[in-house]
Every structure is written in structure tokens, then in C-alpha cells.
Write a protein that binds this ligand. Sequence first.
Ligand code: ZN
Length: 385
Amino acid sequence: MLEVLAGIGRNGRTGGYRRDAWSPPELELREWFRQEADARGMDRHEDRNGNLWAWWGDPDRKPGVVTGSHLDSVREGGAFDGPLGVVSAFRAVDVLRARGFTPNRPLGIVSFSDEEGARFGVPCVGSRLLTGILPPERARGLTGDDGVTLAEVMRAQGRDPAALGRDRETLARVGVFVELHIEQGRALTAPVGVAAAIWPHGRWRFDFHGTADHAGTTALADRDDPTLKYAQAVLAARGVAEKLGVVATFGKVMIQPNNANAIPSLVSAWLDARGADEDAVRRLVAELSEGQEVVCESWTPEVTFPAALRDRVAAIAGHPAPILPTGAGHDAGILASAGIPAAMLFVRNPTGVSHSPAEFAEPGDCAAGVTALAAVLADLCGEAT
Ligand SMILES: [Zn+2]
């Protein structure tokens, strides 16, 4: 199934994926999801916030056990981050059916919309809207680099942006959520692990202003060059992060007007900061923000997955499976922070590289992930008698 998806949104030169929310490759992946649901005779629908659902059993009769992940990618991302969880969800259903298993609770598969935030800057838009964590009026106004808003993009795809927002009906169908995901660090040495917690993390936009002028005729002493302020901020971020024991990244930068022969007038740069200790992350941002123009674009406090569910999943997924924290954000974390029992399975990443075309998981480990997921779903659903 991953091979079927391998060509969608792939840059043939670099091997990296670009599957921005609501872009043609992402729409193709949505169509693939619908076909996989139909092929299994699952009831499917898209909720008001653009998340895709497929159901085995009737989730309005009693709350279901839901698994899945996302199909969008970061820019120049890898093949596994997101799709591995959705593919494994469909494969786990196949495994259970081949075994003659009949779930006692409805079993759902979800693909959350715009998890990475590659296009509009805010991650987990679909799950944040669903749970009400992201106000719909803010979501509608989110604007991509091309100046087009999320509302305009959705309208162009025949969706109704006025309907965005907290969706109690859809949420009520989710009794418990288990997300399978590729591990994104080097911490997992067993084929399958279980998440303990997601580090607190956020994104901040820094605007460094200067004065546009000629690159040849303006003496160095006469310049107000915002790239120098940006460069100082990058170096400061590294130093403060080391001091406080957190991680900080300026991974996205936009320079105005972006002429090779002009001193820029504006540098906008996005700081991504995370760490095990929330106070340390906040201190880092406060230190770097001093005297700067800074806007917080997203903030997610630490999410600790419920211990009883975590231990139950670990016992079933391994002997038991190792439990580890992660610095990566996930839809499961958003659902957990909204009070829905949630857990995560990680599949080993031999290099630890992620958000890169080099991201990889061994086929044997992916298969182990499906086996573990199927066992967890069977346990949570219970067998109909
Ligand atoms: Zn992901």
C-alpha cells in the first residue's frame, strides 16, 4: 500500500514529498482513502473540518475505537510520517477480518486534515478544529505564502468554511484513539514502542525590520540590514537552547523583497522551540523575544498520555513494548489534551531521520507495527459474542 502512494507528491529530483493540505497531491491521497474504505465496505464521510473517517460498525450506536494518522507532509518530507499510520490502520482491519474477528465496538479509521501545517503555518488544524482548540475564525484567516487563505482554499474545493469548528457529534463517536506513527528520533531500538508524552512545543514568528537600499552604493556604516538581526537571533537561539537544555530551530525564513542586489527591508523568521521542561521552553522564547517583534502562532502544552491506557497498549504491543517520550507533535496529543483517551504506537526508525526524504522504516518493522496495532484494536474493541 505504501508503494501505491510512493509517487504521489514526490519530487523526482530530491525524492522528497510535498503534500500540502488541499493541494492536488493531497486531494489524490484523499481519493485513495475513500477507495480503500469503499473496498472494505466501510462507511465513510468527511467531517466539517475536512477530516476523513471510515467506519466498521455504527459509531452512533456506541463510541468507537479509532486509529489512523494523517496524509499530508512537510515540504520535502519522507514517505512514512503520517501515511504509515493510515496504511497500517487499513492493514490492521484486514488482519482482524482475515482472522474472522467481529468487533464488539465500532472500529474507525481517520485521516486528520493538515497535520503538518506546511501550508498555513499552524500544525494539527483538522484535530484542533474538531476539538475546538483552534477557533474557526482564526482558521479561516490562516494564510499561505501565496496569500490565499484556508477559507478560500476550502471553498475552491467545494467545502464550506463557515461550517468549521468544534464538532461534538464527530467527537462523541471517538471512545478511544490509537495513532501509529514512525518514530522520529533515535530513541527506539525495538521494532515497536509506545508514547509516554509529547513535549510542549510552539511556533513563533519574528519580524526583523530594516531599510531597503542599494547593495552597491550604500556604505556599510549607513545600512540598517535586518539580516544581521536575524543572524544574531539564530546564534542566540542555539546558545540559549544549549544553556536551557531545549531545542530551538529557525527552519523557515522569508526575506523582503528578496533581491540579490538590495539590502532587505524585512526578514520574517519562524522559531520552533520544544523541550521536556515547559518552563525552559518559555524562558528561551522570552529571552529571544526581548526587544523583538514576535507573534506566537501556535503553542501546545505538554501532553502526557493516560497511564493505564499506555500500559495496556504497551503490554499488548510487546513484551511489553518500550515507553518513550517524543519531541514531535501529533493529532493523538491534540485529542488527549481535549480529554479523549489516546495512545500512540511508534515504529522503529533505524536512522532517526524524519521530515526529510531520507526517512525510513524497515518493511519487517512496519509489519510488526501492523501486528501490534491489530492486537491493540482487538483488545480495545473486544470480540462480539
Ligand atoms: Zn506525522
